[in-house]
Design a binder for this molecule. Sequence first.
Ligand SMILES: Nc1ncnc2c1ncn2[C@@H]1O[C@H](COP(=O)(O)OP(=O)(O)OP(=O)(O)O)[C@@H](O)[C@H]1O
Ligand SMILES: [Mg+2]
Length: 311
Amino acid sequence: MIEARQLRKTYRDVHALDGFDLTVEPGRVCALLGPNGAGKTTAVRVLTTLTRPDAGHATVGGFDVATRPRDVRRLIGLAGQHAAVDDDLTGRENLLILGLMLHLGRRAARRRADELLERFGLAHARNRLVKTWSGGMRRRLDLIAAFLVEPELLVLDEPTTGLDPRSRREIWDTVAASPATVLLTTQYLEEADRLADQVVIIDAGRVVAEGSPDALKDALGARVDVEVADPSDLDAAARVLGRWATGKTEVTDAIVTASVPANTVTLPDVVRALDAGGVRVDDVRVRRPTLDEVFLDRTNRTEQPDEKTAA
Ligand SMILES: Nc1ncnc2c1ncn2[C@@H]1O[C@H](COP(=O)(O)OP(=O)(O)OP(=O)(O)O)[C@@H](O)[C@H]1O
Ligand SMILES: [Mg+2]
């Protein structure tokens, strides 16, 4: 559904996209993750024909975004990062006008608008001007706009930013139930973990890691957490974990955490070694890393050259 090769987009001296590659198979949910300014919105804008790349090539549904933008747009339902609704219309009017623009027909547009307003908890406010709505309500209206016609590709730029937990869940359910291919960006790793078949982590305009949430976590190895009973044992615990650790051990409060190669260290190994080292513990865990840890690990690496030059 999406093929992007070596996309580049530069704003003055900022390389918003710097050799960005992406392949998304039909029916998949792909989450684009990356720190602020990584290039997520720029990638979305190029793929939805809202901006042209300086170099590189991309197709959506087989159509070249540069030469067949109208065909591309026909396939896409888009909810951008910033609200695109008209404040001086009511919620329902906004959707009706959009529905007509999407050639839904008056009656179908009305039916679909009311159904979605109901589903997203906005029915009570539908006849009020949008300028009187709260931020989260506008955000939901924006998202509804992307669902008005069942698109082949749903593109959602930070769909749940600023939403309360119930609304967030509603969006998750709607995305999960959609037969469309989905490209979404998010700052919430839990959201990517829950929804995405494919996670693409980007940093400074290029892909730094890609795979299913599970594959990305496994690639980082396993994690060991040791909660010490006495904070003065933190150093000793770190030394014990250092035996297996693949990188630096981290300390938060009374917990020492280390990355270890997958399937090499068992819980009894750790407990025995700590015991032999005289470390008293409250809790020990050997676990799979979280997507947050994958994110931090992968998006740190590209900063290292700068840190070195600074040092
Ligand atoms: N129209 C523009 N003019 C100038 N610079 C831009 C423009 N659009 C994006 N940039 C720059 O390109 C870089 C990537 O921006 P982009 O909006 O794609 O990041 P993002 O990953 O979506 O970030 P966020 O998580 O904050 O939404 C940033 O440094 C940004 O300042
Ligand atoms: Mg953005």
